[in-house]
Design a protein around this ligand. Structure first.
Ligand code: BGC
Length: 394
């Protein structure tokens, strides 16, 4: 294991940047780097680095490495606005990535379940791929059974964004994309920018901004799959989750909300106190493959930045805190993962290998007048913020 001295933009000398090294602990085997990204072994200085990552759609794709002064490192590509790696330490001093990701662009080009991607124009489902706005009915592709999911056939997760890296005290990357009027069936030219900033407190903050020239639904989120053990051979069933929500939105068999805001009390959806995810997962009602795939109605006031969820994993001591301005949180326990997709080193990504905590507005809001509105109008500014903060409990 190498140690380096980092000379940051501010000229501050830092020592002890960690690199990936397995230490024999079951949950932190050297193989665990295949959860995401073996380039955790590379040493780099605090700041942001750009490297060529190939080309698709006639556009250049880059991989950006954001490193903070403690050596925590997040990699993001402008293909799909995708977080490919988030390397943090464990209590025993190893460092591995806690998100599912791949080393090469080619791995992202086939249809994937949105690993790490920026999802839009509308994250989550719209029933029957249809909504009516200002008297006009819009038809979207139905790419998930009878419903539209995550922006369509070629959503924001499958386009190449323009990128503007900023080597500030906190390294940050801003991605820009213009979604054309009629793209994937949505009205209006939508100018979107998404900024990722890594702080020295191990926080990844994602700011979403958008403007439109016609009224349109907008619901942007990040679709990272977390496994705090850093090793996809482990499932997330032993992780502990707390969600600050007294209600959730029950769904039909196609995962479309019924419209009800139901109390979580007395149900397997009650995470108001921390619960091990595997404890009640088999009693979650719903169609195969079962498990959690629901939107929680967060208790906080929409628009204010509050802590809304906490995920922790005892063997590594890692804790992930989720802060957001959004009114909802989709907790998806990786139910549809079935081992057919493999990590860069060949580990099958099995059912419940990772979970998503997608901050967002509620699913199918364009068809649900009782849900907070997702309609952005010309002259308005869409702005939401979500922060993922990693801490370590020794
Ligand atoms: C949805 C799941 C879906 C997954 C991957 C999640 O946001 O809630 O139902 O399988 O995304 O597409």
């Amino acid at each position: 294991m190498k140690k380096i001295v980092v000379n940051s933009a501010l000229g501050i000398l830092m020592a002890g940047v960690f690199t990936s090294c397995g230490n024999g602990n079951n949950n932190e085997s050297s193989d665990s780097k295949e959860a995401s990204d073996s380039s955790a072994t590379k040493v780099s200085t605090a700041g942001i680095q750009q490297s060529d990552w190939g080309e698709t759609d006639g556009k250049k794709v880059f991989l950006y490495t954001l490193t903070n002064k403690k050596g925590v490192q997040v990699k993001i590509t402008n293909y799909g606005g995708t977080v490919t790696s988030f390397v943090t330490p464990t209590k025993s001093g190893a460092s591995t990535s806690i998100v599912v990701g791949f080393e090469d662009l080619s791995a992202y080009l086939p249809r994937l379940p949105y690993f790490g991607a920026t999802v839009g124009r509308y994250g989550n489902r719209i029933a029957k791929g249809k909504f009516t706005l200002d008297g006009k009915t819009y038809k979207l592709a139905t790419n998930n059974g009878p419903n539209a999911l995550h922006g369509g056939l070629k959503g924001f997760d499958k386009v190449v964004w323009d990128a503007a890296p900023l080597d500030n005290a906190n390294p940050s990357l801003t991605l820009h994309y213009v979604s054309k009027d009629g793209e994937e069936g949505y009205p209006g030219n939508l100018k979107v920018s998404v900024s990722f900033t890594l702080s020295d407190d191990d926080e990844l903050t994602i700011d979403y901004n958008a403007e439109t020239d016609k009224a349109t639904p907008v619901n942007l989120t990040n679709h990272s799959y977390w496994n705090l053990t850093g090793d996809l051979k482990n499932t997330i069933l032993n992780h502990t989750l707390k969600i600050d929500a007294d209600k959730y939105t029950p769904v039909d068999t196609t995962l479309i909300p019924t419209g009800e805001l139901a109390p979580v009390k007395g149900t397997p959806f009650d995470f108001t106190e921390p619960h091990v995810i595997g404890e009640r997962i088999s009693s979650v009602p719903g169609a195969a493959p079962g498990g959690y795939d629901h939107n929680w109605v967060l208790n906080h006031k929409m628009g204010t930045m509050d802590k809304v969820a906490e995920l922790s994993e005892p063997t590594t001591g890692r804790k992930l805190e989720v802060y957001t301005t959004e009114p909802g949180l989709q907790f998806y326990s990786g139910n549809f993962l079935d081992g057919t997709i493999k990590t860069s080193l060949g580990t099958p990504i099995q059912k419940h290998a990772a979970l998503c905590l997608e901050t967002q507005h509620f699913p199918d809001s364009p068809n649900r007048p009782n849900f907070p509105s997702t309609i952005l109008k010309p002259g308005e500014k869409y702005h939401t913020t979500t922060k993922y903060k990693v801490t370590l409990e020794k």
